[in-house]
Each structure stands twice: as structure tokens, then as C-alpha cells.
Design a protein. Structure first.
Length: 167
């Protein structure tokens, strides 16, 4: 036995005769990987100074592709927020220069939320930090093992309906 997961299995397979140790090992290791990734995101958010809600706004704008802009209504719908909750989150991002709200060129009544160059750079720094931690987690695996793991997880986990993995 080689670690806390194995100690966990030793205890619970002794206590629960009906427990399938392989299923339990897989679930515990998946949960541990999930916790690792959650901690990596928290570290990256702390380092970037972006609260999660604001990060998600920058991410949603970036996912739109150039020109990285949309209406506040569409952005709120995408994020599952009320218009008021979105407005509260946009203010600090705008003051920090990460987004801007501009009147639509064709209709001054319409407002557009746009990712600025500074917002693009802040998001890029954050995503690179997260990616380093994710890469470190997978470092023990060969390229073939990574492909196998990807294949197995695709079989195991249902399609997420097109939502982004970082949402």
C-alpha cells in the first residue's frame, strides 16, 4: 500500500465487506485530483487578485472570440446572473481597466461590455498559472498514458453540453 488512498481503502474494505476496492480507489483518486485542481485555481486567483466571479466575466468575454464584446443582458444570461448582480461585478473590473462599457455605435441606447487589452493580459496570466499546475499534476504520465486517461474520462463522463471546462 502506498499512501493515504491505500490506507483509506485498507480501513474501509475491512469495515465494509461489500465495498468494491477498485471503485472506491478510483472515486477517491478522482476526488483528490478535483481538490488539487480547485486549489490550483484558488492559488491562481489569489495571485492574480481576481475574485472568482470577476474571473468568470473575463473568461466569458474571452470565449466569445474577437472583438470580445457582448451586451450586458447576454453576458448575464451566459453567467446565470441577474442584471443587477452582473452590474455589481462589472464596476470593479471597469475601474481596474479590465473591461469597458461602451455605447453601441449604431444605437446609443445599447451598451456593450468589452474585454480590454489589460483584461486580456490579466486573464492570460491567470490561465497560464492554472495550466502550469494542471501540467504538473499530469507530469508523471507519459503522452500515451495522457491519451488513454483522456479516452477513459470521455467514456466515463457525459458531454457537458458545450460548456467550457473552466466555467
Amino acid at each position: 500500500m502506498d499512501g493515504s488512498v491505500d490506507r483509506h481503502l485498507e480501513i474501509w474494505t475491512r469495515e465494509l465487506a461489500w465495498l468494491d476496492p477498485l471503485t472506491e480507489a478510483i472515486m477517491v483518486r478522482l476526488a483528490t485530483a478535483s481538490r488539487h485542481l480547485t486549489q490550483a485555481r484558488k492559488r491562481a486567483l489569489a495571485d492574480s487578485g481576481l475574485p472568482l466571479g470577476r474571473f468568470k466575466i473575463l473568461l466569458a468575454l474571452r470565449r466569445l472570440g474577437p472583438p470580445y464584446a457582448t451586451s450586458p443582458s447576454r453576458l448575464a444570461d451566459t453567467l446565470g446572473l441577474t442584471r443587477g448582480a452582473l452590474s455589481v461585478r462589472l464596476g470593479p473590473l471597469e475601474r481596474a481597466g479590465l473591461i469597458e462599457r461602451r455605447h453601441h455605435t449604431g444605437d446609443r441606447r445599447r451598451v456593450e461590455v468589452r474585454l480590454t487589452d489589460a483584461g486580456h493580459e490579466a486573464l492570460e496570466r491567470h490561465l497560464k498559472a492554472e495550466n502550469r499546475d494542471e501540467t504538473d499534476l499530469l507530469a508523471p504520465l507519459t503522452a500515451d498514458e495522457r491519451h488513454t486517461l483522456d479516452h477513459l474520462l470521455r467514456k466515463l463522463l457525459p458531454d457537458d453540453g458545450g460548456r467550457g471546462a473552466r466555467d
